[in-house]
Structures are given as C-alpha cells and as structure tokens.
Design a protein around this ligand. Sequence first.
Ligand SMILES: Cc1cc2nc3c(=O)[nH]c(=O)nc-3n(C[C@H](O)[C@H](O)[C@H](O)COP(=O)(O)OP(=O)(O)OC[C@H]3O[C@@H](n4cnc5c(N)ncnc54)[C@H](O)[C@@H]3O)c2cc1C
Length: 649
Amino acid sequence: MTYSDKELGMGLRITRRDFMNGVAMAIAATAVPHGLRAQTAEGEPQNAPGYDPPATIGLRGSHEGSYTVAHAVRDGSFWDHAGAAEATGESYDLVVVGCGISGLSAARFFRQAAGPSARVLLLDPHDDFGGHAKRNEFTVNGVKLLGFGGTYAIESPEPYSPVAQGVVKDLGIDVGSFAKVSDRKLYRSLGLESKIFFDKETFGADKLVVSPTPRRRGNAGASAESESWRRFAADAPISDKAKADLLRLYTSKDDLLPGLTSDEKKAKLARMSYASYLGDLFKADPQVVAMLQPYPADLYGVGIDAVSAQDAWGLGMPGFDGLKLAPGAGPGMGRDAIPNEEAENYFFHFPDGNASIARLLVRSLIPDAVPGSTAQDIVTSQVKYDRLDRAPSPVRIRLSSTVVQVKHVGDPATATEVEITYSQQGRLRTARAGRCVLACWHTMIPFIAPELPEAQQAALRSAEKVPIVYTNVALRNWNAFVKLKAGGTYAPGSFFSSVSLDQRVSIGDYHATTSPDQPIVLTMHRFPCQPGLPARSQHRAGRAQLYATPFEVFERNIREQLARSLGGGGFDPAKDVAAITVNRWPHGYAYQYNSLWDPFWLDGGPPPCAAARKPFGRIAIANADADAYAYTDCAIDQAHRAVSELARV
Ligand SMILES: Cc1cc2nc3c(=O)[nH]c(=O)nc-3n(C[C@H](O)[C@H](O)[C@H](O)COP(=O)(O)OP(=O)(O)OC[C@H]3O[C@@H](n4cnc5c(N)ncnc54)[C@H](O)[C@@H]3O)c2cc1C
C-alpha cells in the first residue's frame, strides 16, 4: 500500500510553516551571519528576542548546526580555517564543557563546595541546555502540550546513590508523589490494550493485533486458554507453525541445556545471542525471531541478535522456564534478573521528562533565568534565555558554543590555569579557569584535550554512543486509538518499533488532556542499527544512517506508519497530525558493557571507563560515559566524583 503526499498530509501548510519557522530559529541559533551579530545583545543567539528552543519543531535532539564544528575537529579540517582565537579576557573558577545533567550537576557541586561567589562558565554546542534531557513544546488548538525529547524519567535498574537522591530531593522533587500526579487509569478505562503492528514487508500483511502477552517483565502471559492469545492467534498474519512456536516459547518447560548446573547454563547463555538461542536451541520459526527482534532495543539500542540470551532471561523474555535458572545476577549480566524493589519504586516522570531536572538545576545556578521556586511550577516556567549568560552573574551558560581545545597554561603538573577555546557562530574565543570539568561525550575528549596521556585517550576513544530517535507527534485528537482500543503498540518490522500515547501527568499549572477529542502527544521510538554486526559496529552504522536521514524521510515514515496501523480506526494523517518533532540522537545512550561484545565483562579486568575518567592536572572528567551507564543517576554521580577530584588539586 502506498500513499500519496496529499493523503499523508506531507504538503500541509500548518506543519510546513511551523517547521520552517523552527528551522529558521535553529539556524539563527547556530550560524547567525556576520552582519546580524551586532543586532543580538552581546552577540549571542540566545539573547535574541523570542529565542525559545523548546518551542522549535522539526528536527531537534542533535539539531542541524550543533555538530558541524565538532565533526570538523574530528576530521582534522577545523584548524585549517579556524583563524586566530580571540581572548575574551574572562576568567572563571571552573569551566564546564557540556550542559547535560552531568555538566549542570558539576557546576552545582562545585559551587556547593567553593561557595556562592565561585564563578562558573558552562559551554554547549546545542541551542538549549540539558543535553539528552530535552524539552519539546507544542501548541495545538490553543492547548499547550509538553513532550520529552530524550531522557524520559527518573528510573534506574539500581537504586539512586545517596548523592543522586540528595540532588533530586534538594531540587524539591517528591519522587513518592508520582502516583498522585499521574492518571494511570484513563487509558485502561477506555479499554486501550497493548497491540502489535505487523507490517506487510516483514510479515506479509499490515495488521494491528492484540498483544498475546502484556509487554512487561516476567514470562507471565500467553497461555493457550487466555482470551488475548485466542484473539492474537485468530488475527496475527504469521504462519500456524510460528503461532505454535510462539505459544511453545511462552509455555515450554523443556530444558534445552540438560546436564548443566544453573551457573554453567548462565555462562553458556552469556556467550550466545538471544536470537541464536531462539533459532539454534529452541528451533523457533524465523517469524518468531523476527517478531522479537527489536524487543530489547529500548534498553540496548540493538535487537536480539546482539543481546545475550542471559540478559534476555534477565529481562524476562520468554523461553527459559525449563532451564530452571537460579534467580539473581549471573556472571556478566547487565542487570539483576530480580528487579531491585527500591530502584523500581524510585520513579518519576515529568511531562517533559528529565528536562525538568535540567531546568531545576539551571534555576539553582541562575535563579533569574528560570522564574518560580518549586518543582511544580518548573513545568510551566518560561526560561529567560537572555539571562543565562550575563556578566554580573557568577554562573553563565553559553549555548551554541563548541569547545575545540582544552589545555593547561604551561606544564600540567604545575599550571594554575586551564585555557578553554570554543567556537561560537564561526568565532574562536578563549576563556581561562582554575579548573575544568569535561562533561561532554567521551569520544570527543581526545580531539579537544590531546595533552591527556595516550592510554587514557585510547580508553576515551573506546566509549561508544547508542543512536536513538525519539519522535513526538502532536495530534489534534486520538479518537482512532479509542476506536481500535490501541494503547502502546510494538511494531517489530516498522520504521518506528514502538508507538505510544504520552502518559497523562499533571503537575502544577500543567494539566494533561483527558478526552480523546483533545490534542495529545504521541511518542514514536526508533533505534537505528544494522542487525548481524557486533553491537558497536551496529551503533556506528546506525549513527551514519541517522545523519544521512533528512526530516522529510522521518515525516513520511511517521505519517505512513500511523496511516497503516491506525487507518482502520479512522486515523487520517493529513488531518490529525498537527506538528512533528524528531529528536535525533546520533550520540544517545552511553554504551553499556555486556558479555557478548566485551570480554572483560565476563573474564574480569578493569572496564575502559575507569581509565578514561582519571583526572589530569586541573581537568576532571564526568558524563554518563564515565561509568558506561546510561542513566541520570550516573550523570550526577560522575559529576560529583569529578568535582571531588578537583577539590584535591
Ligand atoms: C533518547 C534518550 C532517552 C533517555 N532516557 C533516559 C531515562 O528515561 N532515564 C535515565 O535515567 N536516563 C535516560 N537517558 C540517558 C541520559 O543520557 C542520561 O540520563 C543523562 O541525561 C546523561 O547526561 P550527561 O550530562 O552525562 O550527557 P548528555 O546529556 O549527553 O550531555 C552531554 C553534553 O555535552 C555536550 N558536548 C559534546 N561535545 C561538546 C563540546 N565539544 N563542547 C561543549 N559541549 C559538548 C553535548 O552537546 C551534550 O549536551 C536517555 C538518553 C537518551 C539519548
């Protein structure tokens, strides 16, 4: 089935015009022509009237212009055309490279230790602060909608450390209050169910089918007698053999590794992919393997061909009952098979995800810039971007600024200052600081701080980033979802592997809409990768794909996938889609070590991130990469460690 541009609404003025405005703002933020510079106060894009990155739609995340300088530095071409750097004459106690949650936390910890008069400058190439913790805003039919463009929630497989919990608490976030601010009954009361969308290209027919098992931890689910299994079996466009194999997978008590102890079985499972386990040991039909392929991508950024069978067991994927594995973490597992109860209960989701945490951190650093005083009013607070970088403030945040060089002034062993060179709007400038925290992505550090020891640079280079796309689609209504009873949809063969209506969370003056006639944000996730390759190579291939994919390709896929999966409920992309924001993260999650691709993970030996994060002279290293753990608590903990190391200088 193919759709014309008109049927999909590709040419609609509202979306186009808004998108063009969005792009215009993003360009203004990153590449203001020389003649215009004088018109913005202090020459910075963020000081221009109307500057409001969260309200920008179109291609966000790592938006156009945010990576141009960094890639030129990486490719070695930057310095050929850079010209001479101009000294700002600015001197700080601390310069922080990277304004993600780690960089913002580092600034906070430093000032807590050094006192409120300590002067801090934070630099970031993006047009907004927060790094992955990105806020998206839409206005549809006069209703303001918020969405998370990256970091979704306070959640971690391990309990937050006392340090990270301390930050959350000091910012005023009452994690325990989540049940009160979220409406968890609405979708259920309307009869929405988990669905699977089978696509024609992979499974022979487009079909939206009820999921045979709730998409959650544990093998609980399909049984031949259950109502959802009967409906799934009747509707799913897969062969009878695949259906029988799927049911066998959920119900089998066969031990596929007889004669081995639980530990011996786990050791074997740790060294084989779940796809191999299904295909080679379980002899599951290829359609079953295809159905489960992208299932763990939300956590790993790759499918079951690159995730170990042991981790699949730990995640509660089916097919292991007969093995009678002992509960608990096996050697080399990424996470414990028994969820940590304290960690599970420590969950909080703001309507804009952890962007609210970034905004609270900025408020604590520059109160003037983020009006309000509570973790409730933060949700609707309008950031005054022109107050982020003002001379009288002890803390300054300078956006659209890529750091290209960090070096000690003189011998690192005895230097009293670090010089930081950054590029903003094509101008190269320097600032100096007594100390520097590199809270940026680790693979960038060897390019900007070549004075670090070679072994440390190699460890930094070994960090990988997981490419991810979080798309927010503002809908005028969601009647089609109710008609089809479609809640969260898993789409194993489609461009976006998951599609879900945003959670209904109301905080402060922000009230989530509750009627299907009202606008809502739909989130669609894609994990670009290349199945069949080792995980790191898959991430690199996915990243290249992502940079090469223009907005129009995302838009067509979004509209077409929604038309194909929801058309039966009357969904009309030309009428129902009000706006689209594609948050593209070529450098997404910190890569997490695992037993399939990182031998030291099973065999022992220090992980590379331990060597990568060592302090050097007056420079310390933070970011979630510093512990190879893609969670906000890690970003905070690593900032705390980095600042503590600097205190000893
Ligand atoms: C789509 C997505 C969803 C996620 N969801 C969750 C979640 O629900 N819960 C959770 O706990 N974690 C989640 N994470 C993980 C998230 O990465 C961490 O929680 C945390 O936000 C990372 O913060 P950070 O400061 O370490 O890194 P980042 O947020 O990546 O910030 C690093 C910053 O460094 C900047 N930088 C890079 N190079 C330079 C340079 N040369 N000069 C200056 N600055 C530079 C970058 O522009 C970036 O802004 C998610 C991540 C992604 C991508």
